[in-house]
Design a protein around this ligand. Structure first.
Ligand SMILES: Cc1cc2nc3c(=O)[nH]c(=O)nc-3n(C[C@H](O)[C@H](O)[C@H](O)COP(=O)(O)O)c2cc1C
Length: 320
């Protein structure tokens, strides 16, 4: 029987070494995060694109489902309200904070003063070393396979060993883990845990519309394209009628509430992600990881845990 690594983030020790990645806008909400936490993983609510009130509600929903499991919040550093959202999460007694698409010293300072573990997403050993020196409890190494915004052209399998060698804090691998074979492949590295996004978006408990999840099921190998996000980063997504119009320069921005620190205004990313989540693919952008083609059915979170972990034993804490 294969033994799974034990993931320890500060004082947090999930039964299974898995984080369900934060997925904006409103793709990973309280229902999904709470369900993952209840199964023994770490569930993340995506705070980007939510009001403070919405975030508070989703954290409470997650807690009501989680049965004492671990719930965190992920927010994009690129969001104007980044620190405000994270402060709200701390105020609600969140277990951990994950920062995506950028690096934030302010968040590490907030985590230190509030006693809440902070886990930055990094795409290089240099950033991981900086995160560790500023008090990060762990880092997530995200490679070019990952759904959503990406900060590198390198595979997570190439980046991981470089980061693992550079820091002492736990290193979690993200990008391209969608089935059992993917998990077994990355377990060969000395990983502390995995972060999975796309596979969890195609779950019963994910609040995205059926049309969004069905777009995942239709995807074939090689279908994921690199889009140019107005955030200034590339992103992995599936082609939609909306993005075809963006590519032809036929989409503009009617109104703007300044939700990003910097934005090219080529299109409104929050609106496009929200439309996709609502199932309006003709107006929406469907973020998805490169291994989306491996997903053949919508499963419950419990079934996804079986798919990944059946027959794999979490390491006994007394033998760590
Ligand atoms: C629909 C979708 C939305 C995402 N939104 C965010 C986000 O708001 N913040 C973030 O840090 N990462 C985001 N990600 C990345 C995930 O948290 C995770 O790191 C990634 O999906 C892992 O790769 P995988 O999709 O191959 O499992 C998103 C991914 C998807 C598929």
């Amino acid at each position: 029987m294969k033994i799974l690594p034990r993931l320890v983030i500060g004082s947090l020790q999930p039964r299974y070494p898995i984080i369900q990645g934060g997925m904006a806008v409103k793709v990973s909400t309280g229902r999904l995060a709470g369900s993952v936490a209840r199964e023994g993983g770490i569930g993340l609510i995506a705070g980007s694109g939510m009001t403070d009130e919405e975030l508070r509600t989703e954290i409470r929903v997650a807690r009501s489902i989680a049965d004492g499991g671990i719930v965190g919040v992920n927010t994009l550093v690129a969001a104007s309200r980044f620190i405000g959202v994270m402060k709200t999460a701390v105020d609600e007694g969140i277990d951990l904070l994950v920062a995506g698409a950028g690096f934030s010293r302010d968040l590490l300072a907030l985590g230190r003063s509030a006693g809440v573990p902070v886990v930055p997403i990094v795409s290089s050993a240099k950033l991981a070393i900086m995160a560790e020196s500023l008090g990060a409890s762990a880092v997530i190494v995200e490679g070019r396979e990952a759904g959503g915004h990406i900060g590198t052209t390198k595979s997570s399998r190439v980046l991981f060993p470089l980061v693992k060698e550079a820091v002492k804090i736990p290193v979690i691998i993200a990008g391209g883990i969608a089935d059992r074979a993917d998990l077994m492949e990355v377990l060969k590295f000395n990983i502390d845990g995995v972060q999975v996004g796309t596979r969890f978006a195609a779950s019963v408990e994910c609040n995205a519309a059926l049309a969004f999840k069905q777009r995942y099921l239709q995807a074939k190998e090689g279908d994921v394209i690199k889009i140019h996000s107005p955030v200034g980063l590339p992103g992995n997504a599936l082609m939609t009628p909306f993005y075809q119009r963006v590519s032809r320069g036929e989409v503009g921005v009617d109104h703007c509430d300044g939700c990003l620190k910097r934005c090219s205004h080529s299109f409104c990313i929050v609106e496009a992600l929200l439309q996709a989540k609502e199932g309006n693919l003709d107006k929406g952008l469907v973020f998805a990881g490169e291994h989306v083609y491996k997903i053949k059915e919508i499963l419950t979170v419990k079934e996804i845990f079986h798919l990944f972990f059946d027959g794999l034993e979490p390491r006994d804490e007394t033998h760590a």
